[in-house]
Design a protein around this ligand. Structure first.
Ligand code: PNS
Length: 163
């Protein structure tokens, strides 16, 4: 059985992430979406909230599960039995860091392959940080994030007229 691990911060999940998860789930028997618990990043949502957001947004994908992890991604992959790490590439500027990360993971765990999926061009501008910024200023989030993540964002940043 081919298991892929898709690691990231997902604070919150965006439509770009969801697109990568959907496509990865067509390529692998199982996809584990792994949320890094990284308190130094001062996330907006707790790891538990992000796990729930991803579980709800991927409820239509039975091969997908979401977990939170600490420590090295390669150790998380080994614990999950994953042989592949998935990362999305949006634009050229992503590439340098992604390649450095892939090489680091390769040196730590040569048995793991990193596979890059080109982000759907519709979502190439999207990032969790920009989604949070748009939410903060009351902008429309429908083109950017799954409905349940939007509801969580609206709970923190009520849309204009509802504050
Ligand atoms: O969504 P992000 O923030 O771009 O994801 C980055 C992430 C979580 C994949 C990366 O920071 C990571 O793998 N962190 C865990 C620590 C680790 O394994 N470091 C070595 C590889 S860079």
């Amino acid at each position: 059985m081919a298991i892929a691990l898709y690691p990231g911060s997902f604070d919150p999940i965006t439509l770009g992430h969801l697109d990568i998860i959907e496509r990865a789930s067509r390529l692998f028997d199982r996809v584990v979406v792994a949320i890094l618990k990284n308190p130094t990043k001062n996330p907006l949502f707790s790891p538990e909230q992000r796990v729930r957001q991803i579980q709800q947004a991927t409820a239509h994908l039975p091969a997908v599960r979401a977990i939170a992890f600490t420590g090295l991604t390669v150790n998380c992959a080994r614990e999950c039995g994953a042989t592949v790490l998935i990362r999305g590439l949006r634009v050229m500027s992503d590439f340098e860091f992604e390649l450095q990360m892939a090489h680091t993971n390769q040196s730590l765990a040569p048995e793991l392959e990193t596979i890059f999926l080109a982000t759907n061009h519709e979502y190439s501008f999207l990032s969790s940080s920009l989604v949070k910024e748009v939410a903060k200023y009351g902008g429309p989030l429908e083109p950017m994030a799954p409905k349940n993540a939007i509801a969580d964002l609206h709970a923190l940043f009520p849309p204009k007229g509802e504050a």
